[in-house]
Design a protein. Sequence first.
Length: 377
Amino acid sequence: QRSEAEVVMISVSSYACQRRTSLINHNAVLTDALSLLPHNAELNEDEGRGLAFRRAAAVLKFLPEPVTTTTPLRGLPCLGEHSLRVIEDILQDGASREVESTKRSERFKALKVLNGIFGVGVKTADRWIRAGIRYLQPLQGSGETLSRAQRAGLRYYDDLNQPVSRAEADAVGEIVEKAAVSVLPGARMTLIGGFRRGKLTGHDVDFLLTHPEEGREEGLMPKVVSRLESEGFLLYQKTTRNSYLESEDGPARSSSSMDRFQKCFSIFKLSRGEEGGAEQTGNGESLTPSGQEAWRAVRVDLVVSPVSQSAFALLGWTGSKLFEREMRRWARREKAMSLSSHALYDTRQRRYLRASSEEEIFALLGLEFIPPSERNA
Ligand code: 8DG
Ligand code: MN
Ligand code: MN
């Protein structure tokens, strides 16, 4: 058993990108409670306070053992009075009054239901709650105009709120890779997002597509998407053009750089029990022997990057979201650099810094390399 004095000795950086955060969380009870509060704060348009709770939870996730008293936490970064009070309540009474009353509130329950619809952000959810809509049923009859994304989100609500397994992620990966290579020989696909960090389940599956020859990736997204569509794999898709442009000497030099970095937010129709099989999906009416529908809906994000930016895209899309945010904060505050999923810009030297691997980007930022499995802040 470690004494409190020893726990204090652990030095903890205030930047999550300087901490190795694996998936093993010794303080899940506390972090689960704290992670409810950002939603509440952000709903009340208090972004800063929401971020403060996320940072506090991330510090607890990093600790090598369960917290039993708040005393040794006092020296740690990111743990403000409010977070400490919540932690103290849970350690002393088994629960935090603030967290429990938040969980019980009608507003919060409605927010969870509505925000669980693909295509519905907190702002929309908030507007609907104000209009008295709290559940899915009333929403459908409310006369509210729903976007195409929201209609798909409602239709596949149950499936999309079921976690995606790693086997399902791999099955989607095979389908996407096959489609990409068939429309562009030599195309490369990388699993990104939470699954790249070693998570066993996810709310979606994320993939990065590129081609080793700069420029060959142009127009890849629409081709992949129409291929997948013709094969019957897409229940919904929205492809967005990238509006990223940078100065003359940046990686995206060509005048056509407007279209060179595209994203597709989609819903896949994935056959059940065929993990690993990139087989054509059957008709939707058929059931498996266990009486389940023969397929399920899965959220899939695709991003295409030119190879010159692919290290930045890989880093930027691997997450976690807080880790990314903290890396950008580090770059800006400590290095006077600006980091994005496209590039790293040095504001003092007034130039872009090139990198062809994640390791190089960490090095350019003066950070020790943290592998994806330890970016679970
Ligand atoms: P999960 O799906 O398993 O729940 O977790 P995740 O994989 O970590 O979350 P995610 O919401 O799928 O996001 C994965 C990463 O992708 C995250 O680091 C943030 C990044 N990302 C988006 N949307 C966009 C975007 O529009 N642009 C850029 N540059 N990055 C994005 O999610
Ligand atoms: Mn994801
Ligand atoms: Mn995603």
